[in-house]
Design a protein around this ligand. Structure first.
Ligand SMILES: [Zn+2]
Length: 259
């Protein structure tokens, strides 16, 4: 399926896809680091990789960041870090944050493929397209409830969505169906296979630092975002990257989950 190569972008109750192709805007995937603050020296010896680089003046992209035209998506595929945080200072500079409380990381530098993991991904062109999503339609709202919630449905359809998610949780047999608002909020997790991510902003100067559930999801990326480029190596086909942004300080936090 061509859709397997799609990266989804979210914002403003809209969904767009980023896939290989020509565009009037200079969106790219891969290539060298695009600004200061990204080198190994700047990141305590850790190499981070540039994935997509979006021109936010393209109206097809539903994401805006004050004072920033070029939005780069970076991630650290070195297993010494699971999550990567960064704040864009300008189109020339960013600062990175590496969580220091993650126990599930390796001590030594290691990569998804033991040999031949590229220092940077080959650069290619990316195009953006709108993706059908109507927050007032039950099926659409349900499918993307983990990102946009179900607040734009009619009361009747909200009730139908709650019944559907309760039935689904019940059928899994692991836990009791949701009852409170909080439990329902957690249950509406699609498209996140491992539940809605809720880790906090990584910027220590932000009021959302250490505060869970505040970040909004701006992108979901498959393991093979461009045909032939397997970011998590030969064995990692089912790993997705989740890109979230803090609505207060615009710090970005990228984490991974298995589908
Ligand atoms: Zn923040």
């Amino acid at each position: 399926m061509a859709q397997d190569f799609n990266t989804f972008l979210f914002g403003d109750l809209r969904i767009a896809t980023a896939s290989s192709g020509r565009s009037d805007y200079a969106h790219t995937f891969g290539g060298p680091h695009d600004r200061k603050g990204t080198s190994r020296e700047d990141c305590n010896g850790i190499l981070i990789h540039l994935l997509h680089r979006f021109d936010l003046t393209d109206p097809a992209i539903p994401i805006r960041i004050p004072g920033v035209r070029w939005l780069p998506l970076y991630y650290c595929f070195d297993f010494r870090a699971n999550d990567l945080g960064y704040r864009l200072i300008s189109d020339d500079q960013l600062v990175t944050y590496f969580p220091d409380d993650d126990p599930n990381v390796s001590k030594e530098e290691s990569w998804p493929d033991d040999e031949g993991y590229p220092l940077e991904f080959p650069k290619s062109s990316i195009k953006i397209a709108a993706y059908s999503y109507n927050p007032t339609k039950l099926n659409d709202a349900y499918q993307w409830a983990g990102i946009f919630g179900i607040g734009n449905l009619s009361k009747r359809d909200q009730l139908a969505a709650k019944k559907r998610v309760a039935k689904w949780i019940d059928s899994l047999g692991f836990e009791a169906p949701p009852e409170t608002d909080e439990e329902f909020d957690e249950a509406f997790s699609s498209p996140f296979a491992q539940g809605k991510p809720d880790s906090p902003c990584l910027n220590p100067d932000c009021s959302n630092w250490k505060k869970k559930g505040q970040l909004t999801t701006i992108a979901l990326m498959p393991a093979e975002p461009v045909k032939g480029i397997r970011t998590f190596g030969r064995m990692g086909a089912g790993v997705q990257l989740i890109v979230r942004m803090c609505p207060r300080c615009y710090t970005i936090r990228v984490s991974n989950q298995c589908d």
